[in-house]
Design a protein around this ligand. Structure first.
Ligand SMILES: Nc1nc(=O)c2c([nH]1)NC[C@@H]1CN(c3ccc(C(=O)N[C@@H](CCC(=O)O)C(=O)O)cc3)C=[N+]21
Length: 281
């Protein structure tokens, strides 16, 4: 009875809708490129950066990539961002996180113009989301909302437990679920009785960062389970924070890793780029 939510199929639907809109914008003379900056050469980051470039190509927008050496200074990175903020052909700027330790991540995020903050990480974007004003939404949480809506899963009135309180996933996720009228609980590493709490969730969103941490003992029969984790084992095989095989039979819907939340993050990034182009007139 469990239903596997296919993030690949849903992300393709969204990218196809965007592709059409990009063509219409182009006909009006509106074009744009996403600038992706990677500092250092973390191999996992390179996979994501590559997926982002492919998505830009697919929907018909440009991409400009910067592969900067690990030793790049904060000042050099800030200079590049400053230039990109001014460029009219650039609709979005993304600095792949994490950045090396000698660079202040918050300073970098705040240097990106909120008009080009397609990650939705700038304090102005976060504030706007919090009070329901227009602004860019953080891609992973926005992608999860789309997954639920496009799978006809009701959110309103449901008890949603979010495990994780990071600025890029847990916190914005909880706020977006609240905006959809869910009753939201945020759990984290200091939460007591995590298992009992998770067992009360109608919708369980897991962003803990520990491979296969959640087994069936955390899940109420018939719950919806969304897995935000992404880990690679010794054989380079991907898995999430949820032990899919054990949990799946007990759910009414569940996202796999890979092929669940990851592709949606990229689709929403593309959505934010198109939104930026729309506003650029
Ligand atoms: N400024 C910034 N923005 C981000 O959005 C950002 C970031 N930094 N740093 C790293 C995380 C991670 N992230 C993913 C995006 C796509 C997949 C994705 O496409 N996953 C595929 C599999 C990809 C693979 O084969 O490894 C899937 O789950 O099916 C995963 C993870 C974006 N992030």
């Amino acid at each position: 009875m469990a239903k596997r939510i296919d993030g690949k199929v849903i992300s393709k639907q969204i990218k196809d809708e965007l592709k059409e809109e990009v063509a219409q914008l182009k006909a009006k003379g509106i074009e744009g490129s996403l600038a992706v900056i990677q500092v250092g050469n973390d191999p996992a980051s390179s996979v994501y950066v590559n997926n982002k470039k492919k998505a830009c190509e697919y929907i018909g927008i440009g991409s400009i990539s910067y592969e900067l050496p690990e030793e790049t200074t904060e000042a050099e990175l800030l200079d590049i961002i400053e230039d990109l903020n001014k460029r009219e052909d650039v609709c979005g700027i993304l600095v792949q996180l994490p950045v090396p330790k000698h660079i202040d991540e918050d300073k970098i995020i705040q240097a990106i113009s909120p008009k080009k903050d397609v990650d939705g990480f700038h304090p102005q974007s976060v504030g706007a989301m919090t009070i329901g004003e227009p602004g860019f939404l953080s891609c992973t949480p926005a992608g999860i909302i789309q997954l639920l809506k496009r799978s006809n899963i009701e959110i309103e009135g449901k008890h949603c437990v979010v495990i994780g309180r990071s600025n890029i996933v847990g916190k914005p996720m909880a706020l977006l679920m609240l905006r959809e009228n869910a009753t939201v609980t945020i759990a984290h590493s200091k939460t007591k009785n995590l298992k009992e709490l998770c067992k009360q969730a109608d919708i369980l969103i897991v962003a803990i960062g520990k491979p296969k941490f959640i087994d069936e003992s955390y899940v109420k029969e018939g719950a919806v389970v969304i897995d935000v984790g992404i880990h690679r084992n010794e054989e380079n095989k991907l898995c999430g924070d949820v032990d899919f095989e054990k949990v799946e039979p007990h759910t009414s819907a569940i996202t796999p890793v890979p092929g669940g939340v990851g592709p949606m993050t990229i689709a929403m990034l593309m959505n934010n780029c198109v939104e930026s182009m729309r506003g650029q007139k």
